[in-house]
Design a protein around this ligand. Sequence first.
Ligand code: FAD
Ligand code: SF4
Length: 329
Amino acid sequence: MRALEYVRAADADQAVELVAGDPTAAFLAGGTTQLDLMKDGVLHPALLVDITRLPLHAVECDGDVLRVGALVTMEELAAHPTVRERVPFVREALLSGASVQLRNMATIGGNLLQRTRCRYFRDPDVPQCNKRAPGSGCAAVQGTARMHAILGASERCIAVHASDLAVALVALDAVAHIQGPDGQRQVPLTEFYLTASDSPEVENVLQHGELITAVDIPLLPNGARSGYLKVRDRGSYEFALTSAAVSLVISGNAIQEARIGLGGVGSIPWRAWEAERELTGAPVSVENFHRAAASAVHGAWTVPGTAFKVELAQRTLIRELRALSGAAV
Ligand SMILES: Cc1cc2nc3c(=O)[nH]c(=O)nc-3n(C[C@H](O)[C@H](O)[C@H](O)COP(=O)(O)OP(=O)(O)OC[C@H]3O[C@@H](n4cnc5c(N)ncnc54)[C@H](O)[C@@H]3O)c2cc1C
Ligand code: SF4
């Protein structure tokens, strides 16, 4: 039996102070990831700081930016009228994840900070996991890797970042508001996550004790078309094998703006910058979509279990581009 202290934080300052002051402490939001990992024996915090009563539940529109409190639930955000109208692919990404019960508990901050679903990471009986036990190796590289990453991956770790929401948010250039022991800062989500390179155990730029308080989501311009396509082994309640969050602004037959996030394939929610560059200014055509898709998976690093994703990710992206542009499928 391990000792565990539980504190319900009265305000954000106290929450930050408590976690920052104890290297073993962790924030607790909806608990749908944190408590699972504790029950599985993967995480052993000695102090849980419950943040659910902090005043971080608001969704406010300021011009073309939607500020979302970190404790807004996935269901609440998906139902928000501005999300429905101005960033509908965020709604689609949210509703494609987990189950209604989970989405009613799970918060936006917790979703962005959820840990990988790699089965070896979640099984402390497996000794080789560089993310759980730095320097121990990676069981997935020689193991079952169907759900693993091909982009931002290496022999040190091929774990995928599992959040659907984050895929749409990196495509939108969303920004995280962070409060820590040294004050406040803002970090674009495209710079927030760290690929599994030398130190797979370091997943993002947060220092211990830093709290996400809100996320700014830039709204799409009027007339933009967006969609989230998630390919998975069953129709619901399943993580992505591959996914594509795409928004296009099309004028005449030319693509004026393209935003693309890929899920199920990256050690981080993957922004497909090269594919966007290929498409921007280009005519709508299936050939251009194929070229962009090839750019999107450039540099893929695969093991036998993940090799199929190079093709599947391209097909996923091409299908969504065709659906949005109205090109014949
Ligand atoms: C069966 C199942 C299926 C799922 N399917 C999907 C899916 O298909 N797609 C998908 O995207 N997700 C899926 N999820 C993941 C789910 O969305 C996340 O578990 C959830 O969003 C986490 O939010 P939470 O509030 O419960 O976080 P918690 O579990 O409370 O916290 C998660 C982590 O974030 C930290 N944390 C939480 N809030 C903050 C904050 N504001 N600042 C700093 N640190 C913080 C915690 O300390 C912890 O480390 C699934 C989960 C389960 C259990
Ligand atoms: S893929 Fe990453 S998380 Fe999974 S076993 Fe390898 S090192 Fe651990």
